[in-house]
Design a protein. Structure first.
Length: 234
C-alpha cells in the first residue's frame, strides 16, 4: 500500500510548489501559530482559488487554528468560515478532555466535511477515538502539539498507533498520521500503513517555519512511493 503524502503550506507559492512536487493532499495552515495554526480566512480562500485556477485537482484541507474544547461556539464559527473558502476538508484539533465528546458530536452535525485531529502528546484517548469512529467524518488523524518534543513516534508507542490506525480503518474512514514526522520515520509509517501521512518539518529548508525545499519534497515523495533514493538533502 502506498501512503499518500499530505504537505502543509501557508501561501499560494508553497501550495503550487507542493502540488507540482508530488504532494497528494494540500493542507493549509500557519506553522508559526501552533500545531494547527490557522491562516487568515482570506488567505485560505486565495490559496484554494489559485489551486483551482491552475486546475490542481488534489484535495485541499485547512485548519481552523488552535482553539480550546470549551470554546464550542468559536470552533463552529471558524469551521463555517473556513469551510466556505472552498476547501475540501476542515481540520479541527481534538484535545484529550471531557468537553471533546460534545465537540465531536457538534462537528459531525455541521454542514462541512470535518476531519478531527486527535492531539496525541499525552497519548490517544481510545474512548474519544471510538466515539468519533461512530460519527460521520470522512477521515480521522493523530498529530502532536509540541513539535519541539520529537515526532509522533516519540509521543505515542507503536502498539497504540497501530490500534488507532486499525480502529479508524475498521470504521470505514480514512486514517492519517502527522506530528513532526521525518524521513527517518518512513519505515515506521510503512509498518502502520495509514492512508496518508502529514509533513511540514521534513520538507522545509530548516525548521517547520522556513520555506519548503523542492529537493526534500521530491525525495520524501519517492520514499513514500517505495522508490530508491540515492541521497537525501542534508
Amino acid at each position: 500500500m502506498t501512503m499518500r503524502m499530505l504537505v502543509s503550506v501557508r501561501s499560494v507559492q508553497e501550495a503550487l510548489l507542493a502540488a507540482g512536487g508530488g504532494a497528494d493532499f494540500i493542507d493549509l495552515k500557519e506553522p508559526g501559530e501552533g500545531a494547527l495554526g490557522g491562516l487568515p480566512v482570506a488567505t485560505i480562500a486565495a490559496i484554494a482559488s489559485a489551486l483551482r485556477a491552475q486546475r490542481v485537482a488534489l484535495p485541499v484541507s485547512a485548519t481552523i487554528g488552535d482553539l480550546p474544547m470549551h470554546a464550542l461556539p468559536r470552533i463552529l464559527a471558524q469551521v463555517e468560515a473556513v469551510g466556505a473558502c472552498g476547501v475540501d476538508y476542515v481540520k479541527v484539533g481534538i484535545e484529550r478532555c471531557p468537553e471533546a465528546l460534545a465537540v465531536l458530536d457538534a462537528l459531525a452535525a455541521c454542514a462541512w466535511p470535518v476531519v478531527p485531529v486527535f492531539v496525541a502528546d499525552r497519548g490517544l484517548d481510545a474512548g474519544l477515538v471510538a466515539h468519533a469512529c461512530g460519527l460521520e467524518f470522512p477521515a480521522l488523524m493523530a498529530d502532536t502539539a509540541d513539535k519541539q518534543a520529537g515526532s509522533l513516534f516519540d509521543a505515542v508507542a507503536m502498539p497504540e498507533l497501530r490500534q488507532f490506525v486499525a480502529r479508524v480503518r475498521a470504521s470505514g474512514r480514512l486514517v492519517g498520521l502527522a506530528g513532526a514526522l521525518r524521513t527517518t520515520d518512513v519505515l515506521s509509517l510503512r509498518a502502520l500503513a495509514p492512508d496518508f501521512a502529514g509533513f511540514r518539518s521534513a520538507v522545509c529548508t530548516g525548521d517547520r517555519t522556513t520555506a519548503l525545499c523542492p529537493q526534500r519534497l521530491a525525495a520524501l515523495g519517492a520514499l513514500l512511493r517505495g522508490q530508491a533514493v540515492e541521497s537525501l538533502p542534508a
